[in-house]
Design a protein around this ligand. Structure first.
Ligand SMILES: *[C@@H]1O[C@H](CO)[C@@H](O)[C@H](O)[C@H]1NC(C)=O
Ligand SMILES: *[C@@H]1O[C@H](CO)[C@@H](O)[C@H](O)[C@H]1NC(C)=O
Ligand SMILES: *[C@@H]1O[C@H](CO)[C@@H](O)[C@H](O)[C@H]1NC(C)=O
Length: 278
């Protein structure tokens, strides 16, 4: 292990947990906040509704979604990804508004891998149906071996994506400079499906199926909205809107820089360096 890798891991361990406040994520049954969306036969709700298993087989994928819409918050899920050769299998955790072609959307998409090709974590952001704000990283652990936290903190200032407590992406609100930034109430979704896009042209290896993604911790720490008006979700009553979450702290910035240096594979900013978000 080279020194830089070692120091990187040491710094990791110093990062404070993100979740000191709020609901007991661990102890909320699935049905309280979520419902099955599609692929009913490929969903198992297990461990007294504390875990959901989404299956992809040649017949169907599956997905679940939140009962309500949200306009800001700290969105987290603990996920264990499908094992073996999961080429072209996509497991997701994302936010999406309900207006189809003009939707806002914020994605975590896990693109399946195998012994030769590691899993990739693909993130993207859409505003009014316009996306192309992708970033891709490799992970520093095997995401199929155990559950890990995947978190998005969305407030008026920035979108911050975390893996466990490690920041992997920061997307600033640059609307005042003409940049795009999600402003619509969105539901939380989790799905498993297949796509040659995710396999980089290769098809699914069904011999290694069915593919199972496991999801845990169904507490939601976010601003629920009934309407499309999310202004109320900028209130300082919500901890994730506090100044502490307007930018990363010094240590987080240092770790984020390391993550980019060592694990970043693609960033849309290299293609569109003059985009206001870059
Ligand atoms: C069931 O869920 C609880 C709460 O999340 C967890 O602590 C426990 O380990 C789970 N049990 C199994 C067998 O997965
Ligand atoms: C996804 O799976 C379906 C069902 O087996 C298959 O028809 C389709 O070709 C697959 N698509 C990709 C892109 O692998
Ligand atoms: C959101 O709140 C922050 C501070 O609490 C304020 O600076 C900002 O102008 C607010 N934004 C909107 C759109 O109301």
């Amino acid at each position: 292990m080279c020194f830089s890798h070692l120091s990187f891991l040491l710094i990791f361990s110093l990062l404070a947990p993100l979740y000191v406040k709020g609901v007991d994520w661990n102890n909320v049954p699935f049905e309280k906040n979520y419902a099955i969306l599609w692929g009913k036969d490929n969903i198992r709700i297990i461990n007294q509704s504390r875990e959901v298993q989404l299956t992809l087989d040649p017949q169907s994928g599956s997905g679940f979604g939140s009962l309500h819409k949200y306009g800001s918050g700290s969105f987290r899920m603990r996920i264990k990804l499908p094992q073996k050769d999961s080429t072209a299998v996509v497991s997701t955790f994302y936010l999406i508004s309900d207006d189809g072609p003009t939707r806002d959307e914020i994605d975590f998409e896990f693109l399946g891998g195998n012994k030769k090709r590691p899993y990739l974590l693909h993130t993207n952001i859409y505003t009014n149906g316009k996306g192309s704000r992708e970033q891709r990283i490799r992970l520093w652990f095997d995401p199929t071996a155990d559950f890990h936290d995947y978190t998005l903190i969305w407030n008026e200032k920035q979108l911050a994506f975390f893996v466990d407590n490690t920041p992997i992406r920061v997307f600033k609100n640059t609307r005042n400079k003409g940049g795009m930034y999600p402003t619509k109430a969105m539901k939380i979704l989790a799905t498993i499906w297949n796509s040659t896009w995710a396999g980089n042209g290769a098809p699914v290896n069904w011999k290694d199926g069915p593919f199972e993604a496991h999801y845990r911790e169904f507490g939601i720490n976010a601003c629920q909205v009934q309407t499309t008006n999310i202004e109320e979700c900028n209130s300082s009553r919500y901890w994730w809107n506090g100044a502490k979450f307007w930018e990363l702290n010094t240590l987080q910035k240092q770790v984020y820089k390391n993550v980019r240096r060592k694990y970043l594979i693609y960033d849309f900013c290299t293609k569109m360096p003059r985009s206001p978000e870059c």
